[in-house]
Structures are given as C-alpha cells and as structure tokens.
Design a protein around this ligand. Structure first.
Ligand SMILES: [Zn+2]
Ligand SMILES: [Zn+2]
Length: 748
C-alpha cells in the first residue's frame, strides 16, 4: 500500500496594481485566504497591494481565481503578477503594516463611492448605532478622493484626522473580519462629524437639521447643502416659483439644472430611461445622466430635450428624501453664474448668501472640489461629458511614457492629466479658467496631483495647448524645464486614440469644435486628419474657411457668426426681415465681415451650427456654451428623417455655401424648422462620410465638442458602424484635451 504523503506546500508573492487601496481589498484577500486555510500576509504598498501566501498549490490557484473574479465592487485590478518565493513558515494569515517605501506612490486613490446597500440597511435600521447618521460608510463605500490629503491612503492623511475614533468604531476598524476594517472615514454619531442647519438665526443639529431642511425644501426654499465634493443648491423641482427664484438669484437664465430624484421609479416618472441609461444612473460613479424628458418641469431645462438626473449617493441625500424632501430636487452646483462650485464652508456662506435661504453644513471638510459628473448612454456605449466625481482621479489610459508628464489641457472646460509610470491620471473637471477661482483651482490641482504622485516638475515634460494666449499655456511655460505645445484638434483626435491604446493604427481623425488655435494661426474647428498617433496627424480636409467678425464675441452671438458665414453667399436676402428678423448686431457684423477689418478666418463647425441656429430663429445671445448648437439638435429631434442638404467636398474643402443657401431658401418658403434642422444634421453626417470615403478605409475617430451632439453621432454610427471611434472615458469636449496632449507627447 502506498503511503499518503503530506500535500506539497508552495509560497507565492503576488503584486496587484490598480484601484486596490481604500476599497476593502485587504479584508477581502484576508477572508479569502483564511477560508482556504492559507498562511502569510497581505499589505498595502506604494504600488498597490502585496500578498505573500503559503499553502497547497491548488488552494493558491483557487485564491488567485477568487481575487480576479470576486473583487470588491469599487476595485479595479490593473495587473496581477505572481512569483515563487522561499517558504517562510507562517502560522496564520494576517494583515501586515503598510510599507513605507521611498518609491513613488503609484497606488491609485479610489474615486468617491456612493453609499452601499449594507450601509443603507444600517442607516434605516432603528436598532443600528448608526441609524440616521449622515456620515455612515464602510470599506465598500463612502468618500475617497474628496477627503484625501496625501498617499498612502490612511486616516491621518484624510480630512477625518480631526475625529478620533470611539472604542466601538476603533474595534471595527481594527477587526479584519469587519466590513469597516481600515475604512478610513469610519465614524459614528458618538465620535464623528455631524450636520448643522443655519436658517437665519435658527440653528438645528443632526436629525433635526435634516428634518428641518426637508421641510424647508417642501415649502419652496432654496437650501445650500454640503455634499461630497462641494455644495449644491437645492429646491423643489416641481415648484416653478422656487426654480424661477433660483434662476434669478444665481444669474442663470437658461442653462439646464441637474435633478436628483428619490429613486429609480421617480426617475422613470420624469424621463425615458433606456436599459443603458439606467445602468449608468445606478453605476458606482453615480453621474448625472442625460435622458429624454417625459414631463414638463417649468424652468428646469428650457428648450432642451433632456433632463440631467442623478440618484442619491451620499447617505445625507437618502436621509433628506426619507425625511420628506420633495422627490425631485433641483441639485445644481452651488455657485454664482458659471463660477466653480463652492466647497469650503466660509466661502460658501459668503458667495451663496444672496442665493440660499438656508445652509445645511456638514463638519467633515472637503479636501478638494469634485463636481458631479455628467454622462449619457451613447450610440456606442456610455459617454462621459464631464469627468469628475466617481470617475476622477482614475487612470484613463496607459501610455508608453517612461518619464512623468504634466498635461494642462485647454482654457475652457479645463481638466489636467498627469502621467506617471505610463499611467494617465485624469483630474476632475476644473472649469473655465477665465474665472479666477477656476484658475486657482487649476493651479491647486496641479500641485495636488504632483504631490500626491510625488512628481517633481523639474523631471517632467510639461505639455500645453499651442494657443499663444491661453492662460493654461502661459502657466505651463512657467513650470518645469522641458515643454511641448500640442495643436488643439490633434489633441482631440489623440484623446480617443490614447483611450484605446491605438498608438500605431492609421486612422481618419475628425475634430469638430468651436474654437482652437490652428497651425496657421487661424481659428480651426472643422478639421479632418489622416495618420496615426505615432507618425503624426496631417490635416487632409477642412471646412471651407469663413470670416468671423469680431473674434470671441462671435462665439456668444449666433447672428454674428452667421454674418461671417453668410457673407460668403452670392445671393443673400435681407435677413433683418421676417422670417429671420435678425437684430442690428447682424447688420453691423455683416458690414465688418465684408470690410475685412477686425475679422478672423475660421473653419469652425461650432460656428456653422451657430449660423444655422440663427437662421432657424436663435437670434439672441447665448447664455451658456454650445446653447445654440444644442437647440438645433433639439429642433432636429422633433422631425422625422429629412433628405440631407448639399454639403459638397471640393478640393479638400467642405463647402458650406450650397448648404446655407438651401437653408435660407427653405426658411423663406416656410419649411418647418425641425425638418430644416434634421436635413442640416443629415448634411453634416453625409459630408463627413464623403470625406472619409475620399480618404480610405481606416477607422474613423470623431472628437471635439460638436460630437457631444448625440443625434450627429447616431447618424454617423448608422453609416460607419464599428469603424467609428468616439471618446468613452474622457469628454469629447475640451475636458478631454489634456489626455490627447499626453497621447501625442508620449510618442516622443
Ligand atoms: Zn458601505
Ligand atoms: Zn464612533
């Protein structure tokens, strides 16, 4: 009889990178290892999580398999490497102290996470010690990026360092079997921060503050509410008076307000949600999702097809709804006009004093401003329109860059990207740098990123937009020693290629947007390139150049852009007469356009959309970016298919003259404006496809603000299918520029 031999024992070292710190990864590994009778340890290291494990080979394989397939919901494993090591003879499995190594910390900090189901259950359980506590969280949920002061992610390096844990919280924090094991923001009503309501002279704390806030909202008040990454201004979205008051006090005439709805069912009662849109709405990122409205909430989103809606994500939001707050709330970034969102208490009190009737202020500090993200279900998958809370500071691409790079983006919709060890970390949305607070935030974010990832700008390549007057470019040139300028529209195309890791693939790259500085010093915005990221992108086709009277102001006045584009027509009727009724500004601009003095040359498709908007009736100034173009899309959605207008390609130029001539004629004949808008969209899609056909069979990359137009993307997607590549992780608008800069600069 053969003697049974003891099973062979092996030892392995496992290194895991990705979003693996602050998401409950160590307790997860601990439980798995113990359940399999394995011995050794798990610990946080600067590069991620390290595991040393000893036991039967079968059990180790089983552990690896479980790590790969059952990781905590917020974890993102980027790589898992294992190697054999000598057997140490451990007697149990334990969580080892975090390594304090001198290496650069490339462990990734997790984005902020919405309250998890377990915490919500406790939040509403009267027998739980955290019943009704707005700062409840665990390793699977809660704030992360918005409270981090430094890496590695440990409590002393968060804004929770002011609140020492009570014995019961400490016991949970130190118990590897507990859901709150090393949950850095762990707290309870005994030891943690609380909320206070300030309404005039009245003060309420804790539960009473939340109940009073819900009551104020029901009565039609506007309340500034401190959330995860900043303050919101909230009011009852079904109260036309409250919404109108908010618009007036905030100096925000027409730009849509975001909504927070109590639950998915409420969402379905105001918008039509596709399965993709509901998945996005309930995803751990909890973005604002754009979806077609099915009811009218006066003043919420004038002349827009969509509402932007989100679900509650902070425990406080759930508590407010449960305390009887209206089931659909306006929850807009707390600021005046289009300034950046307020996130510091003193600043919020001061800036919002004339807007909010009351303030619901939480004691936990916000380390940095992180706005709500915006996303939609696009023709080819989810599309991020604003990359911020829930997404930032995630890695959006892996690039072949061996030295660190800081890419500062563009002046509008600014976001920065830091590349460390080939990982491109995209910042949260920062905003328009013309606002001083946004510019300050831009500089803070750069400092923040560089210190968090221990990058010295002396060693980094600093990359910026080629626009000589951008403040971002100017600031970038004052940083570091090595610099590189990247052309705006190439950066748009490169942002898609960087996301896909398509460094060598020859493509046709389409960059349509409002404004960017071109190679020849003119304003580009309707460019079609050929080439690859590696070999460079060459401009092959562009919009026929038009004149733009008065430069920047033309971007705010559709009739001014129209004067420039229409001055190229041979046969132009008097557009101050009906049905056009253009105002005086047009007449003056037309004179300027024809004189050639104080005019600029442009190939901007964004301004072509503005021109069409003016012809269809949008003759006033816009009050937010892309408003006129959004309105043309909205009109086009109201019509069925319409035969595209002519938009021919001649000698490498897309000639807009026959297109505009046809629109002018149709308007005079009284054709429905929705049909005209539809036929215009069709013309742009057909022109793109004709240009693409002339250039080859390569994949077609489309980026730039114009491609936030979902109807246009749908039309292109119908014709091009999988050949069409659009942005998925960073915005197609200028929020994606910094990643594109990184993509181009990484090629050397
Ligand atoms: Zn939780
Ligand atoms: Zn406690």
């Amino acid at each position: 009889m053969k003697e049974a031999s003891a099973p062979a024992i092996e030892a392995r070292r496992i290194c895991i990178t990705g979003v693996v710190q602050g998401v409950g990864f160590r307790p997860f590994v601990y439980r798995l290892a113990r359940a399999r009778g394995l011995r050794g340890w798990v610990r946080n290291a600067h590069s991620g999580v390290e595991i040393q494990v000893e036991g039967p080979p079968e059990a180790i394989r089983n552990l690896l398999d479980a790590i790969a397939h059952q990781a905590p919901v917020a974890a993102r494993v980027a790589s898992l490497a294992e190697s054999p090591v000598a057997i140490d003879g451990f007697e149990e499995f334990f969580i080892a102290p975090t390594v304090e190594s001198a290496r650069r910390p490339t462990a990734r900090i997790s984005p902020d996470l919405p309250a998890c189901d377990d915490c919500l259950r406790e939040l509403f359980d009267p027998n739980d010690r955290r019943f009704g506590y707005p700062y409840i969280n665990c390793t699977n949920c809660g704030p992360r990026y918005s409270i981090v002061l430094g890496l590695p992610y440990d409590r002393p390096q968060t804004t929770m360092h002011d609140w020492p844990m009570c014995d019961r919280c400490a016991a949970e924090y130190h118990d590897p079997a507990d859901r709150r094991f090393h949950a850095q923001p762990v707290a309870c009503p005994v030891c943690g921060p609380s909320y206070e309501l300030e309404a005039g002279k009245r003060r309420e704390q804790g539960d009473a503050a939340i109940a009073a806030t819900a009551a104020l909202l029901r009565e039609g008040a506007i309340v500034a509410i401190k959330g995860i990454g900043g303050y919101h201004l909230a009011c009852d979205a079904r109260s036309a008076d409250a919404v109108a008051a908010l618009r007036e006090r905030k100096y925000r005439k027409e730009r849509p307000f975001a909504l927070m709805v109590r639950d998915l069912e409420t969402a379905r009662s105001i918008v039509s949600l596709s399965p993709d849109a509901s998945r996005l709405l309930t995803s751990v990122q909890r973005p604002i999702v754009l979806a077609p409205s099915t009811c009218v909430l006066p003043g919420v989103a004038p002349a827009n097809r969509d509402y932007g809606i989100m679900l509650p994500y902070a425990p406080l939001h759930y508590l407010l709804f449960s305390a009887g707050a209206p089931s659909v709330l306006v929850m807009t970034s707390a600021n005046r006009s289009s300034e950046p969102i307020a996130y510091r208490d003193g600043d919020a009190r001061e800036r919002l004093a004339q807007i909010a009737d009351a303030f619901l202020i939480g004691e936990r500090k916000i380390a940095r401003r992180v706005d709500d993200s915006i996303a939609m279900a696009g023709a080819g998958g989810p599309v991020v329109l604003r990359h911020s809370r829930g997404y930032a500071p995630q890695v959006v691409a892996t690039l072949p860059a061996h030295r660190p790079m800081l890419c500062v983006g563009a002046d509008l919709k600014n976001a920065v990207t830091l590349v460390v060890d080939g990982q491109a970390f995209a910042s949260q949305h920062i905003g328009d740098l013309e606002h001083y607070a946004a510019y300050e935030s831009f500089r803070e974010t750069i400092d923040d990123f560089c210190s968090m990832y221990e990058v010295s700008l002396d060693d980094a390549l600093v990359v910026y937009d080629a626009h000589p007057q951008y403040v971002s470019s100017e600031y970038a040139r004052s940083l570091g020693r090595r610099h590189r300028a990247v052309q705006h529209h190439r950066a748009h195309v490169a942002s898609v290629l960087a996301e896909r890791g398509a460094f060598d693939t020859p493509v046709i790259g389409i960059a349509f947007d409002g404004t960017g500085y071109g190679d020849d010093g003119t304003i580009w915005g309707g460019e079609i390139f050929t080439g690859s990221l590696r070999d460079g992108l060459t401009r092959a086709i562009a919009l026929l150049p038009a004149v733009l009277p008065g430069g920047d102001a033309a971007a705010r006045h559709p009739v001014q852009a129209a004067a420039g584009f229409l001055s190229a027509l041979d046969d132009l009727p008097d557009l101050t007469a009906p049905p056009f009724a253009f105002p005086d500004r047009y007449v003056k601009a037309l004179r300027v356009a024809r004189s050639g003095v104080r005019t600029f040359v442009t190939t901007s498709v964004g301004r072509l959309f503005d021109t069409v908007a003016a012809l269809l009736g949008f003759t006033r100034a816009i009050t937010y970016e892309a408003q006129a173009a959004t309105w043309v899309e909205y009109l086009a959605r109201s019509s069925g298919d319409a035969r595209p207008y002519p938009f021919p390609l001649c000698d490498g130029k897309l000639d807009f003259r026959p297109l505009l001539q046809a629109i002018v004629t149709d308007r005079q004949r009284g054709r429905d404006v929705g049909e005209i808008a539809r036929a215009f969209h069709g013309a742009v899609a057909a022109a793109v496809c004709a240009a693409v056909g002339a250039l080859g069979a390569q994949p077609v990359v489309a980026s730039g603000g114009v491609f936030q137009n979902a109807l246009l993307v749908e039309m292109l997607s119908e014709r091009l299918g999988a050949r069409l590549w659009v942005n998925q992780r960073v915005p197609a608008n200028d929020g994606g520029i910094s990643l594109g800069q990184a993509g181009i600069a990484a090629m050397g």
